[in-house]
Design a protein around this ligand. Structure first.
Ligand code: AMP
Ligand code: MG
Length: 332
């Protein structure tokens, strides 16, 4: 067993090796436009189980199955008209659809964690697409240890999962993730309304514009992502995406006990080591920098707290604020 997973450039030989590793039940981390995924063949129970083990996930929560196209998604799920409409508008891209499982699908039941639904997404990143074409449907949560910051660079994956986890065979290096935030998750139950289960890479308003009506709101959106306990304690955000340093949100006054994650105009000098998500106040740029800047601030905080300036709640701001709220939630 190796200590450190190889980080490889996604050349054809590396993609062939990755497919062979996946077919033998091992895990391969790969880039997507949202964040890096920890991939396993969705057809092999042991491989899917190894994802939970490698992440140290305390509960068997459902995983997103990544597919090369909507035809593949329709082989495994009941892909209704709403799904077709949304897939045509947003796939390949950062939108995940939770649909009824087809009874004849060979996809591991573990990805659904006991539910009769399956989450599917067709990612846009070329490396992800090339890998899915070769290796078939891949279950892939974010490639980080449970509860920690999501990886937006190959080196983040190696740092979070690279040592001591024999199952992680390799990391395909696709550079920095263009979006940097996880996908938007939409539930499409057969008898129920389209529901926003997690804000993410595709703004809510864009989805609503395609559907022609407003999304229903999940009662406690995605609180159980890494720990299902969150679902039964409404109002309490499950700790997730957490750096080691404490985090305070919506801070406008700073002192020497802070290192600042700024957004937009800074209005004066900031404590040393502070970073700005987007000096021009661009939410897309802020989303792309969010996890890597939290990681960098965690490295320089040295006992200081990370103080985050207010981020507007519109467009991608909904997803950015969702991740920040969890990062700031009480730790287990
Ligand atoms: P991640 O593990 O970060 O990729 O997040 C996966 C997200 O998809 C989590 O918010 C899960 O709760 C959600 N998800 C995956 N499958 C299902 C499903 N069958 N039903 C509801 N939510 C799901
Ligand atoms: Mg995650």
């Amino acid at each position: 067993m190796k200590d450190q997973a190889d980080i490889l450039q996604p050349l054809p030989e590396a993609l062939d090796r990755a497919s062979a590793e996946l077919a033998s039940g091992r895990l391969v981390a790969f880039p997507t436009e949202t964040v890096y995924g920890l991939g396993a063949s969705a057809l092999i129970d042991e491989a899917v189980a190894a994802i939970f083990e490698a992440k140290g996930r305390p509960h068997f929560n459902p995983l997103i199955v990544h597919v090369p196209d909507s035809a593949t998604a329709a082989q495994h799920t009941v892909f209704d008209e709403r799904a077709t409409l949304l897939a045509e508008a947003f796939w390949p891209g950062g939108l995940t659809l939770v649909l009824p499982r087809r009874t004849d699908t060979p996809i591991s039941l573990l990805v659904s964690a006991g539910l009769d639904t399956m989450a599917v997404r067709c990612p846009a990143h070329k490396v992800a697409h090339d890998l899915l074409k070769r290796a078939g449907p891949l279950a892939a949560p974010s490639a980080n240890a449970s509860g920690k910051l999501s990886p937006t660079q190959a080196a983040h994956v190696a740092a979070s999962l690279g040592t001591g986890h024999g199952h992680l065979a390799m990391v395909l290096d696709g550079g920095e993730c263009a979006i940097g935030l996880e996908s938007t998750v939409i539930g499409l139950p057969i008898d129920g309304p389209a529901t926003l289960l997690r804000p993410g890479a595709v703004p809510r308003k864009d989805v609503e514009a395609v559907l022609g009506y407003e999304l229903a709101q999940a009662e406690s959106p995605d609180q159980g992502s890494e720990s299902t306990q969150g679902r039964s304690s409404p109002g309490q955000l499950a700790s997730h995406y957490a750096p080691d340093a404490p985090i305070a949100l919506n801070v406008t006054q700073f002192d020497e006990n802070d290192v600042v994650l700024a957004f937009g105009a800074e209005g004066g000098p900031l404590p040393p080591g502070s970073l700005n998500l987007s000096p021009t106040g661009n939410l897309r740029e802020a989303a792309a920098h969010l996890f890597s800047m939290l990681r960098a601030l965690d490295g320089v905080a040295k006992g200081r707290r990370i103080a985050v300036m207010p981020i507007p709640h519109e467009g991608l701001g909904e997803a950015i604020n969702d991740r920040l709220s969890r990062a700031a939630a009480p730790r287990p």
